[in-house]
Ligand binder design. Structure first.
Ligand SMILES: [Zn+2]
Length: 454
C-alpha cells in the first residue's frame, strides 16, 4: 500500500501544507456499488465508570470517537445519536427479575443486600454495581438496536456501534463486564426479516452469551475465535461445542493458544470463514470486533497488530452482505481506539494517513509514536504450532460438511416483535387507539339514536 503523504518532519510542521493535506484517501472501488455506512454513537456512554481498578474503561469510546471525527470520517457516514433501549426491549431476552434488579440496585443499596442476592445476580469484582449501570447498559444496547433497525429498513448496508458487543451477558445475570447482551437483542431483531444471521466474534474471549442464546437454532450460526485452555475466562469455547438439536453444527468454535501472530490468524480466519459463509449463506452478518485480541492488551495474550485484526473485517466486507459491526473487549484504551478508528476506515473503503492528526484533543494519549499502527507483535511466544492450527481447521471443515445448505425458515419461528417505539410512543398510540374506539362507539350510539328517532 502506498500512501502519498510525506513522512518527513518538514512537511508535518509546515502549516500550509498540513492544511491542504487530506487525512484520508478513497480506495479504488472496482465494484461500482456504493455502500451506505452508518455510525451509531451516544457520547453519554463514555462517561460511566466501573471503578478505578476495573480494566473496563468506557472512556475508550470517547477516544475512538475523537479519532473518527479528527480523521473526518463523519464525511463518509450517516451519523446517529441513538435513544436508550427501553426496559421492554431488554426483556425480550433478559428475565424481568434480572432487569428489575439492574434498574433498582445502587452502590449504596449493595452494601445492605444479602450475599445470596449478590451471588444470584453474579455481582462481584468482574461485574460490580456502579453508578448509572442500568443507564449505561440502556445506552449501548439502544445503539445496537438502532443500528439493527437501519439494516432492517435498508437505510444502511453496514451499521457500526463501537459501544456495543457485550457478548458475555446472560439471560438471568451479568458476566465478564457485560450486563445486557446487546448482540443477542440485535440478532433477535434482525431475525424478524432475515432468514439466516451469522455471528462472527474475534474478541480474545469466547462469545459464550451469544452462542448460548442461539445454541438450538439453525437460523443463527455463531463463530468464535478465542483463547481456550479450559480455564481461561469464560472457560467455554472448545471445538467440540457445536450446537444442539436443530442447532447442531451451527455453533463453531476456534480455540487458540497464546501468542497467535498476524499471518497465522489471518490465514486461519479466511480459510474457515470462506467455506462457512458459502455454505450457510447468511442474509445478514453481525461481527464482534473485541480489541483484546491485539498484542499488548492489558488482559490479552495474542500478538495481533491493528492491520491484521482489520484484515478480518475487510475480508468479511468483501462478501457484500449487510453487516452490523460492534466493539467488545479491549483494555488498553489507546490501542482499542486506534483499532476501531482504523476499522471504521476499512468499512468506509478509505485509507487513513497513519500519522494521527495533531489537532486531536486527546493527542497526548497516542505518544510517543503518534501513529495509527504501533508495533504490537512479539510480546508473547506463539504457542500455536502449524500442526495444531491445521488440526483445528481440519476439524471445523469436517463440521461444515454436515451443515444443511442454507436452511429454510419456518415463519412461526420468528421471535417476538421488537419495535422501534419507546414506552411513551406506545402509550400515545394506545391512547389514540382508545380515543378512536370511543369516537366509533359514540358515532354508533348516535346512529342508533337516529335510527330510533326516525
Ligand atoms: Zn474479551
Amino acid at each position: 500500500m502506498t500512501i502519498p503523504i510525506s513522512e518527513t518532519e518538514t512537511f508535518s510542521t509546515d502549516r500550509r501544507t498540513q492544511e491542504s493535506t487530506p487525512l484520508y484517501f478513497n480506495n479504488n472501488n472496482t465494484s461500482g456499488l456504493t455502500t451506505n455506512v452508518s455510525y451509531h454513537y451516544n457520547a453519554e456512554v463514555s462517561q460511566y465508570h466501573y471503578g478505578s481498578l476495573h480494566p473496563m474503561k468506557p472512556f475508550r469510546l470517547m477516544l475512538t470517537d475523537h479519532l473518527v471525527i479528527s480523521y473526518k470520517l463523519f464525511e463518509k457516514m450517516d451519523l446517529y445519536t441513538p435513544r436508550r433501549a427501553t426496559r421492554s426491549e431488554m426483556t425480550q431476552f433478559h428475565s424481568e427479575d434480572y432487569i428489575d434488579f439492574l434498574q433498582t440496585i445502587t452502590p449504596e443499596k449493595t452494601a445492605k443486600l444479602a450475599e445470596q442476592t449478590l451471588a444470584q445476580f453474579n455481582i462481584g469484582d468482574d461485574c460490580p454495581v456502579f453508578d448509572g449501570m442500568y443507564d449505561y447498559s440502556a445506552i449501548y444496547t439502544g445503539a445496537s438496536l438502532d443500528a439493527s433497525r437501519k439494516l432492517i429498513s435498508g437505510m444502511s448496508d453496514i451499521a457500526i456501534n463501537w459501544s456495543g458487543g457485550l457478548h458475555h451477558a446472560k439471560k438471568f445475570e451479568p458476566s465478564g463486564f457485560c450486563y445486557v447482551n446487546d448482540i443477542v437483542l440485535s440478532i433477535m431483531n434482525l431475525l424478524r426479516i432475515h432468514p439466516r444471521v451469522m455471528y462472527i466474534d474475534i474478541d480474545l474471549h469466547h462469545g459464550d452469551g451469544v452462542q448460548e442464546a442461539f445454541y438450538t437454532t439453525d437460523r443463527v450460526m455463531t463463530v468464535s475465535f478465542h483463547k481456550y485452555n479450559g480455564e481461561f475466562f469464560p472457560g467455554t469455547g472448545s471445538v467440540d461445542e457445536i450446537g444442539l438439536a436443530k442447532g447442531r453444527n451451527y455453533a463453531v468454535n476456534v480455540p487458540l493458544r497464546d501468542g497467535i501472530d498476524d499471518e497465522s490468524y489471518i490465514r486461519l480466519f479466511k480459510s474457515i470463514m470462506e467455506p462457512l459463509i458459502t455454505k450457510f449463506q447468511p442474509t445478514c452478518i453481525v461481527q464482534q470486533c473485541g480489541a483484546d485480541s491485539l498484542g499488548y492488551d492489558r488482559l490479552g495474550c495474542f500478538n495481533l497488530n491493528i492491520r491484521a485484526h482489520g484484515e478480518c473485517v475487510k475480508f468479511i466486507k468483501t462478501f457484500g452482505i449487510p453487516m452490523l459491526v460492534v466493539g467488545g473487549g479491549g483494555y488498553t484504551p489507546r490501542n482499542v481506539s486506534r483499532l476501531w478508528c482504523y476499522e471504521t476506515s476499512v468499512l468506509n473503503d478509505v485509507t487513513l494517513d497513519p500519522k494521527i492528526p495533531n489537532f486531536l484533543p486527546t493527542y497526548d494519549w497516542f505518544g510517543p509514536d503518534y501513529s495509527l499502527h504501533p508495533q504490537l507483535e512479539g510480546r508473547i511466544d506463539n504457542k500455536n504450532s502449524k500442526k495444531y492450527l491445521e488440526s483445528v481447521r481440519h476439524e471445523i471443515l469436517e463440521q461444515v460438511r454436515y451443515l444443511n445448505h442454507a436452511p429454510s425458515v419456518q415463519m412461526y419461528e420468528i421471535p417476538p416483535d421488537l419495535t422501534g417505539l419507546t414506552d411513551e410512543e406506545e402509550d400515545a398510540i394506545k391512547e389514540l387507539n382508545e380515543e378512536n374506539e370511543r369516537e366509533k362507539k359514540i358515532m354508533k350510539d348516535e346512529s342508533k339514536t337516529g335510527e330510533f328517532m326516525t
